[in-house]
Design a protein around this ligand. Structure first.
Ligand code: ADP
Ligand code: GN1
Ligand code: MG
Length: 363
């Protein structure tokens, strides 16, 4: 479970008016700790998001915050004249000392955001409209950041989507078998090794570096509760230089199956073609103006690579004894790996049809 922190005193370290009332764990992320904090102000209760950055994983939290500050400022400039602009970009709240982070007594790094109300996220997709909206929003996010001035953003986690290195990490985890679990994951290990060639498929394609989000799970976009429109891309810790297709691939990975990432009934896990179509159409709505032919040609490939990469990341973590992803039950990371591999199989079965669709609408 989420670690307990003195969130009240953390909340009071930020420039938030009124009286701190409460803070409760929020969201379903695997890495950072997120809280929803309530303050009583003159006009009533006001909510804020407080997040502790996992500094074991993000080894340079200040660089994470420098990236986020630049990215949110750049997007803010572009939306400032739009109606409802406050809900179209995350707004960091400065700490009392003026920086956009606060370090607590234990050395934890915290940030605060204004809470975007009347919006929600989804851990699994419910409609084609949601898939379309999410993909449009992530494509728009890439477009907004295409004009980010120099310098290059920090690599908050170096080689984050370097699939060959991820594969090497995975084989090391198999060889060490630190938690003696290899015997329990024989089928999955064989499945991964049989697909080793996927690891290099995107890197060999010589695609352009862009500023990308790198964690485009469906639940990292806020959807307006009233209209169903995607409002705002969130969870910006991994925004850094990358390939546009890391983002597209991760959308397919998280938005085409009707199930959650840790579904136990694998018969339910599948790549739903209509969701894929909605993603391609939504993504192209924003990204068509900048995607190169090479990127278009690798849209389907990216879906396979990212499902594979995530599968071996979960499997490697399971084999190592779950040091990385937060787990809530025995075998949780193995369950997560299985859904990725089932999805990958489902994509492999429908690959030709997917390629044909891309050929029809992306060229
Ligand atoms: P994690 O790394 O834990 O996934 P996120 O930044 O995605 O962290 O936040 C977790 C959840 O908190 C999101 O799924 C979303 O529901 C909610 N959330 C995050 N930021 C905001 C915000 N500014 N306004 C409203 N809800 C938010
Ligand atoms: C992690 O923090 P969260 O839950 O948004 C992970 C992503 C994975 C994802 C799988 C920094 O994201 O790369 O795709 O879990 N983030 C990091 O659900 O490793
Ligand atoms: Mg998130």
């Amino acid at each position: 479970m989420i670690q307990q922190h003195d969130v009240g005193s953390v909340a009071r370290a930020f420039q938030i008016r009124g009286k701190f009332a409460s803070a409760t764990p929020y969201g379903s992320g695997h890495i950072n700790d997120t809280y929803c904090a309530v303050f009583h102000q003159e006009a009533g209760a006001v909510r804020f998001i407080l997040q502790r950055i996992n500094h074991i994983i993000f080894k340079r939290p200040v660089e994470v915050m420098e990236n986020i500050q630049r990215v949110t400022a750049h997007i803010t400039q572009q939306v400032v004249d739009e109606p409802d602009c406050e809900r179209h970009v995350l707004r960091l709240i400065p700490a009392i000392d003026g920086r956009v982070w606060h370090v607590d007594r234990e050395g934890n790094y915290w940030r605060a955001y204004r809470f975007i109300e009347n919006a929600r996220t989804y851990d699994s997709v419910e409609s084609m409209e949601q898939a379309f909206e999410a993909a449009k929003a992530f494509g728009h996010f890439q477009k907004q950041l295409a004009t980010l001035p120099a310098p290059r953003l920090h690599d908050t986690i170096p080689d984050f989507h370097h699939t060959p290195k991820r594969f090497a990490d995975f084989t090391r985890a198999v060889d060490s078998d630190a938690a003696n679990r290899g015997i329990l994951a024989k089928t999955e290990i064989e499945f991964a090794i049989a697909r080793q060639s996927l690891a290099t498929a995107l890197l060999q394609a010589n695609l352009p570096e862009r500023v990308t989000h790198n964690d485009t799970k469906l639940n990292n976009v806020l959807i307006d509760s009233a209209t169903g429109e995607a409002l705002c891309v969130i969870d910006l810790d991994t925004v850094m230089p990358g390939l546009a297709l890391y983002d597209f691939g991760d959308m397919v990975r998280t938005t085409t199956s009707p199930t959650k990432e840790d579904e136990l009934d694998l018969t339910l896990v599948r790549m739903q073609f209509p969701m894929f179509e909605a993603l391609v159409r939504g993504y192209l709505t924003s990204a068509a103006e900048f995607l190169t032919p090479g990127e278009r040609r690798h849209l389907v490939c990216s879906a396979k690579v990212i499902a594979f990469e995530q599968g071996i990341r979960f499997l490697g973590d399971y084999l190592a004894g779950d040091p990385y992803y937060r787990v809530h039950r025995e075998g949780h990371n193995l369950d997560r790996c299985r859904t990725q591999f089932k999805l990958l199989q489902s994509i492999e079965l429908q690959e030709e049809l997917m390629e044909r669709l891309v050929q029809d609408i992306a060229f």
